[in-house]
Write a protein that binds this ligand. Structure first.
Ligand SMILES: C[S@@+](CC[C@H](N)C(=O)[O-])C[C@H]1O[C@@H](n2cnc3c(N)ncnc32)[C@H](O)[C@@H]1O
Length: 180
């Protein structure tokens, strides 16, 4: 058996098929997802979690991706909204990230407005909460990666799929995440 195999193809499709096709009673794995942008589909994360046998490292672009795709005073356009739904695996982010208000002015006209009520940190927390819906163990404080101007870009998140074995993995990963 080769020790290394390079596969060309769409990583979301490949991982979902691979996760569903292995016998996870007899093996364990570590997956590292290293995207530039918002390209990891929630279905991929769910497929990994469903094995209950994989430890996942995933670089989540909370600041340069999700935060920038959510404008302050209006909802994202359709294309970005579709990507956000694909990445979070739900459209619930709209209710968590935005407050809708309806005000009536002195002349009785109604004005609807939408305001973003979260920043990058809350968006990261939302992603971690999403991970917690499918993984038994998720690192509480992921390592934040900054650009040369010291602005946050990505969070290196860790989640362990196995209820029993994941506890020690979480301990080690939490330690690594604090070592910057
Ligand atoms: C940050 S780079 C990965 C760098 C790599 N880990 C390394 O150390 O060289 C992200 C890569 O993922 C690729 N990519 C993005 N979406 C993908 C997908 N759905 N399937 C496969 N590759 C994808 C991009 O083309 C890019 O080459």
């Amino acid at each position: 058996m080769p020790s290394c195999e390079f596969v060309h193809g769409d990583a979301n499709n490949w991982l979902q098929t691979w996760c569903a096709g292995q016998d996870w009673k007899a093996q364990r794995a570590v997956v590292f997802l290293d995207p530039y942008g918002m390209s990891v589909a929630w279905e991929t994360i769910k497929a990994i979690a469903d094995t209950h046998a994989i430890d996942l490292w995933v670089l989540f672009p909370f600041a340069i991706g999700a935060n920038r795709m959510t404008p302050d005073d209006m909802l994202p356009g359709k294309d970005w909204a579709v990507i956000l739904c694909k990445v979070f695996g739900t459209s619930d982010w709209i209710n968590q990230f935005y407050k809708r208000q309806s005000n009536t002015d002195l002349f009785g006209s109604q004005h609807d407005s939408v305001t973003k009520i979260v920043g990058a940190d809350e968006i990261l927390q939302y992603f971690l909460d999403r991970l917690r819906t499918v993984f038994p163990h998720v690192v509480e404080k992921p390592m934040i990666l900054y650009n040369s101007n010291n602005s946050p870009m990505y969070a290196l998140c860790f989640a362990a799929g196995n209820v029993k074995g994941g506890k020690i993995a979480l301990k080690i990963a939490s330690h690594l995440a604090r070592t910057r």
